[in-house]
Design a protein around this ligand. Structure first.
Ligand SMILES: Nc1ncnc2c1ncn2[C@@H]1O[C@H](COP(=O)(O)OP(=O)(O)O)[C@@H](O)[C@H]1O
Ligand SMILES: [Mg+2]
Length: 232
């Protein structure tokens, strides 16, 4: 269970709106190293969500290539994409509640997330849910129904659920945007812990300079292009 590098080559994405073409990504070349934490920042509308959705295989690019390790997402059949999504690439969306089943507790949510890979292989080595929560410092929340957790607790649990299958890559779109600064720092700590403890490659969209600062590398977008890269 180690991370995989994430690569994109000449990535372009265009949306069609009322017959007009809107260029959301305009030629992105990027290589993220395995087992590192990476922030994607930039103003609203700069293409951050489009980029991470393409990296996660949630959308197909208009042109260009996306690789997770040796797997080219942009060239996969829908079935192969579903499988790599279930086994290797995890996502957490912006609204923490939408990542979780509200009537279950964190353990139920992790078990539910583990059904995906089990449907592909009968015997898979998946982490024990209570152990996983403990490793991420969330052991105290194990038995509490999600609808009784605070927003910050939900977002941290959502990241634990995203780790249910020990993914090679974890992609989170604005995981701290609805949180106060104390909870924001706890989420940033978990993102870092996920790389150091599990070797997972983390890609997190954030507007927050403190979160970006806590991660290994920051890539800044504007108008669908990379305008700054702390590793460059
Ligand atoms: N589904 C969509 N249909 C049409 N235009 C979209 C769609 N999603 C995003 N866009 C447009 O693409 C550009 C980039 O959006 P997005 O990737 O959501 O940026 P960010 O996450 O940085 O705010 C924006 O101009 C946005 O309006
Ligand atoms: Mg966005």
């Amino acid at each position: 269970m180690t991370g995989l590098p994430v690569r994109c080559l000449q990535l372009r994405h265009t949306y069609r709106m009322h017959g007009e073409a809107l260029v959301a990504l305009d030629g992105i070349d990027l290589e993220l190293e395995a087992g590192t934490s990476n922030a994607i920042s930039g103003p609203s509308g700069s293409g951050k969500s489009t980029l991470v959705n393409l990296l996660a295989g949630l959308q197909r690019p208009s042109s260009g290539h996306v690789f997770i390790g040796e797997h080219e997402l942009s060239a996969m059949t829908p079935t192969a994409l579903l499988r790599i999504r279930a086994e290797r690439v995890a996502t957490a969306v912006q609204n923490p509640s939408r990542n979780l089943l509200p009537f279950g507790d964190p353990i139920d949510n992790i078990r539910f997330a583990q059904r995906g890979p089990r449907s592909y292989r009968r015997r898979v080595d998946l982490p024990d849910p209570a152990g996983l929560l403990g490793e991420l410092g969330l052991g105290d929340l194990a038995g509490v129904a999600v609808d009784r957790l605070s927003g910050g607790e939900r977002q941290r649990v959502a990241l634990a659920v995203a780790m249910a299958n020990h993914p090679a890559v974890l992609i989170a779109d604005e995981p701290t945007s609805q949180l106060d600064s104390a909870n924001r720092d706890r989420v940033a700590d978990i993102l870092r812990l996920i790389t150091t403890r599990f070797g997972t490659t983390v890609v997190a969209v954030t507007h927050d300079p403190q979160v970006a600062e806590a991660l290994d590398r920051t890539i800044r977008l504007r108008d669908g292009r990379i305008v700054e890269d702390s590793a460059a």
